[in-house]
Design a protein around this ligand. Structure first.
Ligand code: GP9
Ligand code: MN
Length: 403
């Protein structure tokens, strides 16, 4: 009811951080391509495996982009769909199950809807069945105008592997779909090849597999390398077609690819004795790359997560968000405090990391006094709690922005 929404409005107003003037409106009117990088974790970025560079293209791109190296995914069982939900709403998904299935009838004020209001054409490109993960329903609720699903693509046995259309062909075929869209557009691409169990055709294997007990981890490196290659080709095509200059790229890993089940092999790759609870949280880092053609590269070490993308994008596009309900903070705001809470309640700040009821000093990676983590307990709990209340109570029904 209205008293509940008022409490949430009050909380989110308190969390609001003024946008940075230098970045506010910086990409106004430009096309925006959001690229969801399947299962891509930060531990392979700027790294080698048996002497081979795992992500050569992304490493180069990072040099000419704003790169966030302390950025975390905030998903749970809803996997890709959770990441989509978090990014578009700046709210959390569920702690179990998938909000895409359970709350697609809710009222939202999602990013696509808000971009539609300022004249953007909004779409998703993903070569899978439209009802998979209930995407067709949820996309309506989020306000997407168009979902280019498997029927928009030419999918054959030849150009498929594992879960479906290979990334290279997916991007290639998406070029023509992009051309059909009115500008400016906001289009999300959901890649697929780097998906568990990381199958790849021999001809697409650009680097060898790793050699450990975990076949999953072993296969992960060549499929990551393949995705990197597919992205490189996509960028080349966009440049050839003159579609690159006026586009801004927001690229992020959707969730982890290697679960704790493979800790022993992961420890071997990372040259550690074991994977501790501390390491497990740090392994939830995924790359965030904001690429604005013509802009100089910059590294940002602010601790952040997928929930921060919506206000960041809106402010970059010149849209004020002070009267909106969301739980992230603009990554460029000078007032932003370094912080991320994962969906399971673990959280990370510049200096401390809290997980499984232990407070760690990030410098030493050892347990430290709980009093260092305590100041963040309330925020961590409340962010999750208020998000759940909005979703379970469908509270945005009662909310009108005062534009
Ligand atoms: C498939 C895509 C990937 O459509 O959602 O699956 P996920 O990563 O969520 O298992
Ligand atoms: Mn995924």
């Amino acid at each position: 009811d209205s008293s509940e929404i008022n409490e949430i409005i009050y909380y989110t107003r308190e969390q609001y951080r003024e946008p940075n003037e230098e970045y506010f409106g910086l990409i106004e009117g430009k096309n925006v391509m959001v690229i969801s990088l399947e299962s891509l974790q930060s531990f392979v970025i700027e790294q080698t495996m048996n002497g081979e560079v795992v992500t050569p293209f992304l490493n180069e791109l990072i040099e000419e982009s704003i790169y966030f190296d302390h950025f975390y995914h905030q998903t749970e069982q809803g996997k890709t769909s959770d990441s989509e939900f978090v990014v578009d709403n700046s709210l959390f998904g569920r702690n179990s199950g998938a909000v895409f299935f359970t709350h697609s009838n809710n009222e939202y004020n999602a990013l696509p809807e808000q971009l539609g209001e300022i004249g953007y054409y909004t779409s998703v490109m993903h070569a899978n069945n439209k009802s998979f993960w209930n995407r067709d329903m949820m996309y309506l609720a989020l306000g997407y105008e168009r979902f280019f699903d498997i029927q928009s693509y030419d999918v054959t046995e030849e150009n498929s592997v594992g879960w479906g259309l290979k990334d290279l062909d997916f991007f290639e075929q998406s070029i023509d779909l992009l051309k059909q869209q009115p500008e400016p557009y906001y289009t999300k691409f959901i890649t697929l090849t780097n998906h568990f169990p990381f199958e790849l055709d021999e001809e697409d294997r650009l680097i060898e597999e790793y050699d450990s007990y975990s076949g999953t981890l072993n296969r992960y490196f060549p499929t990551v390398r393949y995705m990197d290659h597919a992205l490189e080709q996509f960028f080349e095509r966009l440049k050839d077609e003159g579609m690159y200059e006026d586009t801004v790229f927001i690229m992020y890993g959707d969730h982890y690819g290697i679960s704790s089940f493979h800790d022993r092999s992961m420890a071997m790759y990372l040259e550690k004795d074991e994977i501790t609870d501390f390491d497990t949280v740090q392994l939830q880092r995924v790359p965030l790359i904001i690429h604005i053609p013509g802009m100089e590269g910059k590294r940002m070490d602010t601790v952040s997560g997928q929930i921060d993308l919506k206000p960041t994008m809106l402010h970059l596009l010149g849209v004020e968000t002070e009267d909106m309900i969301y739980l992230g903070t603009d990554l460029f705001s000078d007032e932003r405090e370094s912080f991320v809470v994962l969906r399971n309640g673990s959280f990370v700040t510049d200096d401390y990391l809290y997980t499984s009821e232990v407070c760690y000093d990030k410098q030493t990676e050892q347990e430290t006094d709980m009093s260092y983590c305590e100041p963040y307990f309330d925020k961590a709990r409340q962010d999750l709690h208020y998000s759940d209340r909005v979703i379970y109570g469908d509270l945005l029904r009662f909310f009108e922005r005062n534009e």
